[in-house]
Design a protein around this ligand. Structure first.
Ligand code: NI
Length: 388
C-alpha cells in the first residue's frame, strides 16, 4: 500500500493523539506527561529502544530496518512544548490548562512523528536505523541544545537529521524549504545607562540620562543601515525603553533599554554585538555618562545543508501537493538550528492553510496536514535508507 494511503487510514487515530496533546499543554522542560505519552506510544508500536530523560525530558526512540547492511542512521525530530498563552479558539478539545496552549502546533509535530514511528515500526522497509527525537523546550529553552549536551548524537548514531514545522499561510499539503539559511539567529541585549540625576530645571548640574539613552537608541539604528551589507539580512529592534524617574521634573539616574538582533548571516551576529557595545558605550561617554551592555546569545541561524534540502524537497515532492524549494527565509528563530550545526540535514515547512499565525491565541493546527507530515518522514527514510 502506498505510504500516503496508509496514513490516510491512520488519520483518525493520529488526530486523536494530537487533540489529546492539545488539551494537555506543558511548557519548556516540564513536558512530563507529554514525554510519557510519547514513550508509551513508542513502546506500544514495538520501537526497538525507547530512552527517556535525554536533555531532562526529551525522548529518543530507535527503530532498526529489515536490511542491516548499510550501517546508516537518520534522525527525525519533533518538538513537544506549548506556550504560555490563554487559548481563544473555542475548540471542543481546547487547552484544559488556563494560560497554556499549543499555539505553535508542536502537538501536531509530535503526533506526525509518532504516526511515522508507528508506520516505520510496522513496515521496516529500510536498511539502517531511524532515530526518533522528541525534544522539550523549543520555545526559548534550547531543548535541542540540552539533548545534544546530554549526548544525543554520541549515544545515538545519526548521519542526517530532519524536522518539520507547520506554516500558516501556506496551503495544506504544500511543503517549503531552501538550501542555506532558513531561519534567523536571535540574540537579545540590555543596555543600562547611568548619568547623573538632578532637578529638571537645572540640567547643567546633571547628566541627563534620558537624553543620553535617546541618542544611543537612535545611534543603534545606524548599525543595520550603515554597518551591514545592504544585501544581507539583519534586523535590530529596541523593544523596551525607560528610566527610573517618577516625575516630569526629575532628571533620572538610570535609563534602560532592551532589544533583539536577528540575522540570517552568522558573521553579522558578531559584528552586531561588537557595534552595539561600541555605539552604546562611546555615545554615553561623549555625554559624560556610562553605558553597560549585557548580551544574551540566543538560537543560532537555522542553516539547511544544501544536499539535505534537495533530499527533503524530493521526498516532499513524492508525497505532497507541491514543494516550494527556494522559499524565502524567515526571521523568527528555531532551536533545531543546534542539531543542524552538528549534522547535515534540513528543516521543512508544511502548509497549515489559512489559520491564525503561530503564537496567536486563535491559532489552530490543521489535522488535514497530518498525513502529509507522516508521509514525508516515512518517504524520506525509505529513500535515504533503501533496501537492496
Ligand atoms: Ni514552533
Amino acid at each position: 500500500m502506498p505510504i500516503k494511503n496508509r496514513f490516510a487510514e491512520m488519520l483518525p487515530e493520529i488526530t486523536e493523539w494530537r487533540r489529546h496533546l492539545h488539551a494537555h499543554p506543558e511548557l519548556l522542560y516540564e513536558v512530563h506527561e507529554t514525554a510519557a505519552f510519547v514513550a508509551d506510544k513508542l513502546r506500544a508500536f514495538g520501537v526497538d529502544e525507547v530512552v527517556e530523560g535525554v536533555g531532562r525530558t526529551g525522548v529518543v526512540g530507535v527503530i532498526r530496518g529489515k536490511g542491516t547492511g548499510s550501517g546508516r542512521a537518520i534522525g527525525l525530530r519533533a518538538d513537544m512544548d506549548a506556550l504560555p498563552i490563554l487559548e481563544a479558539t473555542g475548540l471542543d478539545y481546547a487547552s484544559t490548562v488556563p494560560g497554556k496552549m499549543h499555539a505553535c502546533g508542536h502537538d501536531g509535530h509530535t503526533s506526525m512523528l509518532l504516526g511515522a514511528a508507528k508506520y516505520l515500526a510496522e513496515t521496516r522497509n529500510f536498511d539502517g536505523t531511524v532515530v526518533l527525537i522528541f525534544q522539550p523546550a523549543e520555545e526559548g529553552g534550547a531543548g535541542a541544545k540540552a539533548m545534544i549536551e546530554d549526548g544525543l548524537f554520541d549515544r545515538f548514531q545519526v548521519d542526517e537529521v530532519y524536522g518539520i514545522h507547520n506554516a500558516p499561510g501556506v496551503p495544506v499539503g504544500v511543503f517549503a524549504t531552501r538550501p542555506g539559511p532558513l531561519q534567523a539567529s536571535s540574540d537579545e541585549f540590555e543596555i543600562v545607562v547611568k548619568g547623573k540625576g538632578g532637578h529638571a530645571a537645572e540640567p547643567h548640574r546633571a547628566i541627563d540620562t534620558t537624553l543620553v539613552a535617546a541618542h544611543i537608541l537612535i545611534a543603534l539604528h545606524t548599525i543595520v543601515s550603515r554597518n551591514v551589507d545592504p544585501l544581507k539580512r539583519v534586523v535590530l529592534t529596541v523593544g523596551t525603553f525607560g528610566t527610573d524617574s517618577g516625575a516630569s521634573n526629575i532628571i533620572p539616574d538610570v535609563a534602560k533599554m532592551e532589544g533583539t538582533v536577528r540575522t540570517l548571516d552568522p558573521e553579522y551576529r558578531a559584528i552586531a554585538e561588537a557595534r552595539v557595545r561600541e555605539v552604546a558605550t562611546h555615545t554615553a561617554a561623549a555625554f559624560g555618562a556610562q553605558a553597560e551592555v549585557i548580551w544574551h546569545p540566543g538560537y543560532p541561524v537555522t542553516v539547511n545543508d544544501a544536499e539535505g534540502a534537495v533530499r527533503a524537497a524530493d521526498a516532499a515532492r513524492a508525497v505532497g501537493r507541491g514543494v516550494i524549494d527556494d522559499a524565502d527565509p524567515i526571521m523568527p528563530s528555531e532551536d533545531f538550528s543546534y542539531m543542524l550545526e552538528k549534522k547535515p540535514g534540513a528543516y521543512v515547512f508544511l502548509g497549515n492553510g489559512d489559520s491564525a499565525m503561530c503564537h496567536h491565541p486563535k491559532y489552530v493546527f490543521d489535522d488535514e496536514a497530518i498525513p502529509f507530515g507522516c508521509s514525508f518522514f516515512a518517504e524520506l527514510v525509505e529513500r535515504r535508507l533503501p533496501t537492496a
